[in-house]
Design a protein around this ligand. Structure first.
Ligand SMILES: [Zn+2]
Length: 195
């Protein structure tokens, strides 16, 4: 069982339910029961969240997999600034929860040969307030080949950032992936298998 806690006070129930709805898109594919708890101070779930969600930004991010266990129990392991009603709300929640399940960025897959135009990539992200180190870490850097776990590079993964055509050499782009891909589901099933 994985306890997923809301930790902000006050709780916005409609917002919390919208997050749950998106997170639960992973549930049919994993042999791991997802429990949603009230992790606020003084509530029964206080200090019990394996994953602790704050909706107070900035940004959207999540620790990857079991890294969450190493954190102080009062620190969020996932921040979701995206708001229900925003166009890519569910996709963003699914992406961040994919990290919580242990999935890494698909655009950083060791076999992703994205023909990035580096100068344009740095300039574009700089305008959004991201420095070079962050871009290297979250966008451009390649993940190391691992002994297991990696599946084939999948452009349709929820873990893939959009790639704007003007940021690549030639005609190369990836749109906004809004749903779990078949490979996302298969990979999740492999790391949380039915015994
Ligand atoms: Zn990500």
């Amino acid at each position: 069982m994985l306890n997923i806690a809301w930790i902000d006070d006050p709780m916005d129930l409609a917002h919390w339910q919208a997050i749950q709805h998106a997170v639960l898109k992973w549930q049919p594919h994993i042999n791991l029961t997802l429990e949603f708890i009230d992790g606020r101070e003084g509530e029964p779930g206080e200090g019990k969240g394996d994953i602790r969600i704050s909706v107070q930004g900035p940004g959207n991010y999540s620790l990857i997999g079991t890294d969450a266990k190493a954190n102080d129990p009062w620190v969020p392991t996932m921040v979701l600034s995206v708001r229900p009603g925003e166009e890519r709300f569910e996709a963003t929640v699914m992406h961040e929860f994919g990290h919580a399940l242990g999935l890494e960025h698909e655009h950083q897959h060791p076999q992703a040969n994205i023909p990035w135009d580096l100068d344009k990539v740095y300039a574009w992200y700089a305008e959004k307030g991201h420095d070079k180190a962050t871009v290297d870490d979250q966008v451009l850097g390649r993940l190391p080949e691992r002994g297991h776990g990696f599946t084939r590079y999948d452009r349709s993964s929820i873990m893939h950032y959009p790639v704007r055509n003007e940021l690549t050499h030639g005609d190369w782009e990836v749109g906004h992936n809004l749903e779990l891909s078949e490979q996302d589901k298969a990979f999740a099933a492999r790391i949380y298998p039915t015994p």
